[in-house]
Design a protein around this ligand. Structure first.
Ligand code: SF4
Ligand code: SF4
Length: 163
């Protein structure tokens, strides 16, 4: 497994005025495309390279990021064309989420599909797109672009914990 998927956040809260926020009232499958995109917290974790154990299926993350990831902004630099540019990039859809066990535990799509709520640092909850970075959730200051890493050295950048 190499790269994965990322959906781009639209960093402004979308709550129904006076009512519960849309992610608590609407199933993932029924979200408007703008709402779907807004759920991405902009962590960039899914854009890190990963290894999958052929026997156990266990996925191990590395700090080596897809060459299209801006490792400071934690955003894809060619989001509209990402799957054409990077064949291993997956454009997430609601039906896939429960099967994508490699998604980070913090990923909003994974959390909602597991019946959990968004985290306090999520832009839609906090109203502050920078909090995902300050809370240490994003890959800012941690990831290194694959441009700078020899393919045979990627394993040396293994993340020491489950993200
Ligand atoms: S892990 Fe989930 S929330 Fe984070 S960038 Fe990827 S799709 Fe967005
Ligand atoms: S192409 Fe973009 S969205 Fe896909 S893995 Fe690379 S940086 Fe992430």
């Amino acid at each position: 497994m190499k790269n994965s998927a990322c959906n781009e956040a639209i960093n402004r809260p979308r709550r129904h005025a006076g009512g519960p926020p849309f992610w608590k009232t609407t199933a993932l499958e029924q979200l408007h495309p703008e709402q779907w995109e807004a759920l991405c917290d902009g962590c960039g974790r899914c854009c890190l390279q990963k290894f999958q154990n052929g026997k156990t299926g266990k996925v191990t993350y590395t700090w080596v990021a897809c060459y299209l990831l801006d490792t400071w902004a934690c955003r894809c630099t060619d989001y509209a064309n990402r799957t054409a540019q990077v064949p291993t990039c997956l454009a997430l859809t609601p039906g896939q989420i429960p099967r994508l066990r490699w998604l980070p535990k913090t990923c909003a799509y994974r959390r909602l599909s597991e019946g959990k709520d968004l985290e306090p640092w999520h832009p839609l909850v906090s109203g502050d797109p920078s909090l995902v970075h300050r809370a240490g959730i994003s890959v800012r200051d941690k990831a290194i672009s694959e441009i700078y890493v020899h393919p045979e050295d990627v394993e040396y950048y293994t993340v020491g914990y489950r993200i």
